[in-house]
Design a protein around this ligand. Structure first.
Ligand code: NAP
Length: 273
């Protein structure tokens, strides 16, 4: 990659941000697509999001990914919001269109497209159980509601938060409990339980029907104890890698207007899946 005076800049805004895999992913995509773009990570706290958006306008930063803790502030301070950002109140993607910052959320579409890439499945007419009621759970619930799911059941230890999450799925959303997992065609772990060195599980995997699909949004480790246990009992299960790649691909396409080079993006994690 050769950076020149005309190279276009994209960034990820987060705090902390040093652990982010997004620079690897997006730079591989730019290179594979033959685009003169470069992507780096900048540490920006929540209070500095308005200044970061002003800097994007002044410096001509073409696009930004947004990560913790800045997703709500990015949605709030952007000049324009996509319909999904209006509903969810959080953005993971900013697009600079002639100095106007547009906020988008690609997590939902990333989940839907990732599921299709993993196993050719769609959420249409599925009964979906989502464990967790945070940002990822809401993005997926909203996408499933729009995508024709028959029922979207939100299961969370804090019931009030689950109730709030159902608001983003007004057609199909309801609050449920762990006993609803057995009725689901698609089960999603949208909690951080099982991440990194955590060997605990967010729910009992034997609750999942053996003809159901499991998606554990965690991708580090590549196989959580939940995913391994579910697979061992015959459930087809996937980790969060496809969602990660496809939400980034949707950002790439929103910024550049070019088709995302999915194979190159997936190759970034070769040996890790
Ligand atoms: P979040 O907004 O902080 O929400 C976390 C949710 O998990 C909350 O509903 C919380 O319950 C629940 N939770 C946390 N600890 C728990 C525990 N010990 N037992 C039971 N429930 C617990 O987080 P998020 O952004 O939605 O992310 C959730 C997970 O998805 C993380 O592992 C994240 O890495 C992953 N993720 C993956 C992708 C991807 O591309 N693969 C994208 C986004 C997120 P309360 O409401 O009761 O606190």
């Amino acid at each position: 990659m050769r950076i020149t005076a005309t190279t276009t800049l994209a960034v990820v805004l987060g705090d902390p941000v040093e652990h982010s895999r997004s620079p690897e992913l997006h730079n591989a995509a730019f290179e594979a697509a033959g685009l003169d773009w470069v992507y780096t990570a900048v540490r920006v706290g929540e209070a500095d999001v308005p200044a970061a958006l002003a800097a994007m306008r002044v410096l001509g930063v073409a696009g930004a990914s947004v990560t913790m803790p800045n997703k709500a502030a990015a949605a709030l301070h952007a000049d324009r919001r996509s319909p999904s950002v209006e509903v969810l109140g959080v953005a993971n993607c900013l697009i600079n269109r002639n100095g106007l910052i547009h906020a988008d959320n690609t997590d939902g579409i990333g989940f839907i497209q990732g599921l299709f890439a993993d196993c050719g499945a769609s959420v249409d007419e599925k009964s979906v159980a989502i464990v967790g009621a945070g940002g990822a759970a809401k993005a997926i619930a909203h996408a499933c509601d729009l995508g024709g799911s028959a029922q979207v059941t939100i299961i969370n230890r804090d019931r009030a938060r689950a109730e709030e999450a159902t608001l983003v799925a007004p057609r199909s959303g309801r609050v449920g409990s762990m006993s609803d997992i057995g009725g689901a065609d698609l089960v999603v772990n949208a909690t951080p339980v099982g991440m990194l060195n955590d060997t605990s599980m967010p729910f009992d995997p034997t609750l999942i029907r053996t003809d159901a699909l499991l998606v554990d949004l965690i991708y580090s480790p590549v196989e959580t104890v939940l995913l391994a246990s579910a697979r061992a009992q015959g459930v087809v299960g996937f980790n969060g890698m496809s969602m990660l790649i496809h939400q980034a691909a949707a950002q790439f396409e929103a910024w550049t207007g070019a088709e995302a080079p999915l194979i190159a993006m997936r190759n970034v994690f070769r040996g890790e899946t």
